[in-house]
Design a protein. Structure first.
Length: 320
């Protein structure tokens, strides 16, 4: 357990400094290719009915999580047979690839830079890289809200949740989580052709994120206190609006973020050409502004740092 903690600390540090260098092979890309391959193959095998496609989705989910967990586990076992230090190096690299602190910050700040240059088209293109909604017709307010919302949500999905899974079961369990989350991102939509085959992946993502999302929300409140944000309002909006989303988890950190920053997020959005009616999260105590993008990035970074410190303390106490 202590070696996995060291790997998490090293991997977090590498990610914080380097992020995801372009051109560097990333396991999540391979997981995505496996999902796409199985999606095509299983659709051709199972009946094109609701029951058949849901069963295909369950088979797809099982295969992807099994491969994504066993491959790194076997690789680390082989490295440990050679040397514990080789295992530490390999697991540190894996943890680096699982986390996304710097890459989320860098990609989001590209949106901010484009807005600061008053280049709305460039801003739309930049925000399309980090959100799942349609961005072609977003105005400046829509772009700013989309950027803030995705950082708030991905603070849990892309950072805190994988850290918690790594803390429990090392990099293999971290890759288990990344596989679950990637399947939800690729297949977890309510529109055809994903509605049925993505049913199990979407539900399992809800299950796996249930605790991490709530832990992330509390950690974000603590980060807000450090950053001198409106913690009282953050707690109020969290308690009131944390369930205002189709997902049981997505609004947890969004509600805290909206409250801390005293802004209103969410509302209707377009996905794959279909308008999704969504409730608002937070109160418009002030207007959303460009500086909210770097502001939410700082909130995300401090939340991640608090999580890392607490995980380190708990694991050291357990391993003593």
């Amino acid at each position: 357990m202590i070696w996995s903690l060291y790997a998490l600390l090293i991997g977090f540090g590498i990610d914080f400094i380097l992020g995801d260098p372009h051109g560097f092979p990333h396991p999540v890309i391979w997981i995505g290719k496996l999902i796409s391959l199985l999606d095509k193959r299983l659709r051709s095998v199972f009946p094109k009915t609701e029951k058949g496609e849901k069963f295909a989705g369950a088979i797809l989910w099982s295969i992807v999580v099994l491969v994504s967990t066993l491959f790194p586990a076997v690789l680390l076992w082989g490295c440990h047979k050679i040397s514990p230090w080789l295992r530490l190096a390999a697991e540190s690299i894996m943890c680096w690839q699982i986390l996304a602190v710097k890459s989320l910050r860098v990609e989001t700040m590209k949106v901010y830079s484009a807005l600061q240059s008053d280049d709305i088209e460039k801003a739309r293109d930049a925000v399309s890289m980090i959100v799942g909604r349609d961005t072609a017709k977003l105005d400046e307010l829509g772009i700013m809200k989309a950027a803030v919302e995705t950082v708030a949500e991905n603070t849990s999905d892309g950072i805190i949740a994988p850290m918690l899974f790594i803390a429990v079961g090392g990099a293999p369990l971290g890759f288990f989580y990344k596989a679950v989350n990637t399947m939800d991102s690729m297949l977890g939509y309510i529109e055809p052709p994903y509605k049925n085959i993505g049913f199990v992946p979407a539900k399992m993502d809800d299950v796996m994120n249930y605790i991490p999302a709530r832990v992330s929300a509390l950690l974000m409140l603590a980060a807000g206190a450090i950053l001198h944000m409106d913690v009282k309002n953050g707690w109020r909006i969290f308690r009131r609006d944390r369930r205002k989303h189709a997902s049981p988890n997505a609004a947890q950190t969004e509600a805290v973020c909206a409250g801390l920053m005293r802004i209103q997020l969410a509302g209707d959005a377009w996905y794959h050409g279909v308008l999704h009616k969504k409730a608002y999260i937070g109160d418009p105590l002030r207007a959303v502004e460009r500086k909210d993008i770097p502001r939410v990035c700082r909130l995300m970074t401090v939340t991640a740092a608090i999580a890392l410190i607490l995980i380190g303390i708990v694991k050291f106490m357990i391993c003593r």
